[in-house]
Ligand binder design. Structure first.
Ligand SMILES: C[S@@+](CC[C@H](N)C(=O)[O-])C[C@H]1O[C@@H](n2cnc3c(N)ncnc32)[C@H](O)[C@@H]1O
Length: 188
């Protein structure tokens, strides 16, 4: 299977999400946006969170019905953002980019809420899909998306070769708080 297809079908938690999962307390409300198979919604469910999984194709999370809120809808239809007015303790987005949603995602976070974002960045077109600039973050773009609104706890960007790659990636963990954030031990 080509690298991008392997990424779309990954079941294991992203090490980046795992690293900061401890910032999200049990019982928290967690949105896994463009969830695919819901690998991160599942992780937070196991950790005692109340999950919402949203994707235009929710067939791969059908087994979670009754345990998480499942919303099947197009995020890029141009309609007003359907989750507007709701708030979550964590919003998780991996391997998906539709940049007009950035302000909505930040607005979804409750006080103390955590944004965990990880997706492909410019330069990835030299290796594999996605190669369309619409689907690739520009340098520092995640930082700009939260600047002045969330506290950046961690940011990373570069070329990665494992577990699947090579790929150019950008990652962010940011929190809606002005206070120092107690950094979690990995996986806690
Ligand atoms: C590469 S997969 C990533 C899945 C998951 N986040 C992960 O990392 O395992 C991208 C996901 O974005 C979803 N997606 C793409 N365009 C979408 C749209 N316009 N509205 C809602 N979901 C969309 C796809 O259905 C797919 O599940």
């Amino acid at each position: 299977m080509p690298p991008f297809e392997r990424i779309c079908h990954m079941r294991d938690v992203s090490p980046w999400i795992d690293r900061f999962a401890g910032l999200v307390p049990p019982g928290a409300s967690v949105l896994d946006l463009a969830c695919g198979g819901g690998r991160h919604g599942r992780v937070f469910l196991e950790r005692g969170a109340r999950g919402t999984c949203r994707d235009r194709n929710v067939s791969a999370v059908a087994d979670l019905a009754g345990r998480v809120e499942i919303i099947g809808a197009d995020l890029e239809s141009g309609d007003p953002f359907p989750l507007a007015g709701r708030s979550f303790d964590a919003v998780v987005v991996t391997n998906y980019l539709y940049r007009p949603l950035f302000p909505d995602l930040v607005a979804l976070l409750a006080e103390g809420g955590v944004l965990l974002y990880e997706t492909f960045a410019a330069g990835n077109e030299n290796y594999d899909r996605p190669g369309n600039p619409r689907h690739l973050l520009q340098p520092g773009e995640l930082l700009e998306a939260v600047a002045g609104r969330l506290q950046v706890v961690a940011y990373e960007t570069g070329v990665e070769t494992r577990p699947v790659g090579p790929k150019v990636i950008q990652r962010l963990c940011a929190v809606r708080t002005g206070d120092p954030v107690a950094l979690p031990l990995p996986g806690r």
